[in-house]
Design a protein around this ligand. Structure first.
Ligand SMILES: NC(=O)C1=CN([C@@H]2O[C@H](COP(=O)(O)OP(=O)(O)OC[C@H]3O[C@@H](n4cnc5c(N)ncnc54)[C@H](OP(=O)(O)O)[C@@H]3O)[C@@H](O)[C@H]2O)C=CC1
Ligand SMILES: CC(C)CCC[C@@H](C)[C@H]1CC=C2C3=C(CC[C@@]21C)[C@@]1(C)CC[C@H](O)C[C@@H]1CC3
Length: 418
């Protein structure tokens, strides 16, 4: 990438000022949620009743635990994989190779946890360590992002991401300068996107469930639902791990603070908010309502998986019998765009399914508090923003064909609404 190209790339997130605000706001929001979930009133939109001192935040044991966790996930990543997949073609025409063993890492982590618990590993103590663990992970994310920034200074121009090389160091630190930072064949971005944070999220959920069982004799139905739904989501992501190789995070975004913090800290500590809330604010949930929520989750998952699988199958092999009959629009790149099936309903049916599932994760927490609905609100904002970024990239890639697709399929995420 030439320095002219880099400086001409459009600035995202409100440019340097916007990212300066996000560098403070994202960790602050995460700590606010952690504190609010355990507070009596559990209010999303109120300032915390007290701010923890450094002695509550900093613990060398939490840092040690984090490093043991990262070490374990690295070791599982390095185990032989059932398949090695190739990524999309890079600017220098090469393709990177990625191990497909994320689901195996999830299963082995579960077995190791089960073994640990059976010999007395106090998993139920984890909820009490969330604050210092989140602090250690935030510090680690800042330092790791700085190291990645420094590594990018000596990377060849062809290895740089289109967006994170504006020349403004704070902006580039946030967005990430290098596209696929690696040490040998170890790919930092791919590893972080799917392993320590996602698997950590379900481990935190499980620890909250065990702690609830200790406190109240057995886990509540609401806690079972939240754990089951989110485990299905994480299991699905790791089972279909290969499809992450075509997401904009892997093919377009650099690996900087946004993704480092998002993957390592934001996902496990804020996505487990519903289970955190339920531990401190038990909610009654009757069987009929639980069944209705399960139905909503099933509908969301059906749309999410159907849409993602349809597109992935089509991109791999357009003549696969399951997609060969679908209507398409040809593009100048030689690729085609689906214009019937899930992708003829709205331009992002997978986001619609994901949002329905998000609602099903929050409903077990009842309607008395807004806090457990934070994920639905944040996720709507994230997907609307992501959709706009994807739209821009598709318009650039496909030009008139994309305009034609937008005309044929006018709604973005929710039919007849948006
Ligand atoms: N829980 C969370 O925090 C998050 C979850 N997600 C989920 O991850 C999944 C992946 O999402 P994301 O990475 O945003 O991208 P998508 O899976 O939606 O992929 C977008 C790409 O699909 C291709 N495409 C778009 N329209 C068509 C069409 N009509 N026919 C064929 N191909 C088309 C284009 O790429 P091309 O043409 O180059 O193939 C486009 O760039 C989603 O299910 C999303 O909900 C995402 C972000 C965060
Ligand atoms: C900290 C900021 C608010 C932004 C952080 C964004 C990240 C948390 C997300 C960016 C893309 C993601 C994807 C997933 C998890 C969240 C992040 C890392 C999935 C792995 C979730 C499961 C899906 O099946 C695939 C997703 C790919 C993108």
């Amino acid at each position: 990438m030439t320095s002219r190209e880099a400086s001409q790339a459009p600035r995202e997130f409100g440019g340097p000022l916007g990212v300066a605000a996000l560098l403070i706001l994202l960790p602050a929001t995460m700590f606010h949620l952690l504190l609010a979930a355990r507070s009596g009133p559990a209010r999303l939109l109120a300032l915390p009743a007290y701010l923890p001192g450094l002695e509550e935040l900093w613990s060398p044991w939490a840092l040690l635990l984090l490093f043991i966790w990262l070490g374990l996930q690295v070791a599982l990543y390095l185990l032989p994989a059932r398949k090695v997949a190739e990524g999309l073609e890079l600017k220098d025409k090469s393709r990177l190779r990625y191990p497909i063993n994320g689901f195996q890492a999830l299963v082995l982590t579960a077995l190791l946890m089960g073994l640990g618990v059976s010999v007395g590993l106090p998993l139920g103590a984890l909820p009490g360590m969330l604050l210092p663990l989140a602090f250690a992970t935030t510090l680690t994310s800042f330092i790791f992002s700085l190291l990645l920034y420094a590594k990018a200074l000596v990377a060849p121009a062809s290895a740089l991401a289109p967006g994170g090389n504006s020349g403004n160091s704070m902006y580039d630190f946030f967005l990430g300068r290098e596209l696929n930072p690696r040490l040998g064949s170890f790919d930092f971005k791919y590893f972080c996107e799917l392993r320590p944070g996602l698997i950590g999220w379900v481990c935190i959920n499980l620890a909250l469930l065990m702690q609830e069982a200790e406190l109240r004799g057995s886990p509540s139905l609401a806690m079972w639902l939240v754990n089951g739904f989110q485990l299905l989501y994480v299991g699905d992501a790791l089972w279909y791990e290969e499809s992450v190789l075509t997401t904009m995070d892997i093919i377009h975004d650099g690996f900087g603070f946004m993704l480092v913090f998002g993957d390592l800290a934001w996902v496990p500590f804020t996505y487990s908010l519903q289970a955190q809330f339920l531990l401190y604010h038990p909610q009654p949930l009757g069987l009929p309502m639980a069944l209705l929520i399960c139905l909503l989750k099933a509908i969301g998952y059906y749309i999410f998986r159907g849409a993602n699988s349809q597109k992935n199958t089509f991109r791999k092999n357009p003549s696969d019998p399951s997609v060969a009959g679908l209507e398409t629009i040809p593009t100048a790149t030689g690729r085609q765009l689906l214009v019937s099936g899930w992708w003829g309903m709205v331009r992002h049916p997978n986001y619609l399914g994901d949002l329905i599932m998000a609602l099903a994760w929050s409903l077990p927490c009842g309607l008395s508090h807004l806090l457990p609905y934070f994920y639905v609100l944040y996720f709507t904002a994230l997907l609307v923003h992501r959709e706009a970024r994807d739209e821009q990239q598709c318009l650039q890639k496909y030009g008139r064909a994309w305009q034609e697709y937008c005309k044929r399929v006018p709604y973005r995420i929710i039919p007849y609404v948006y």
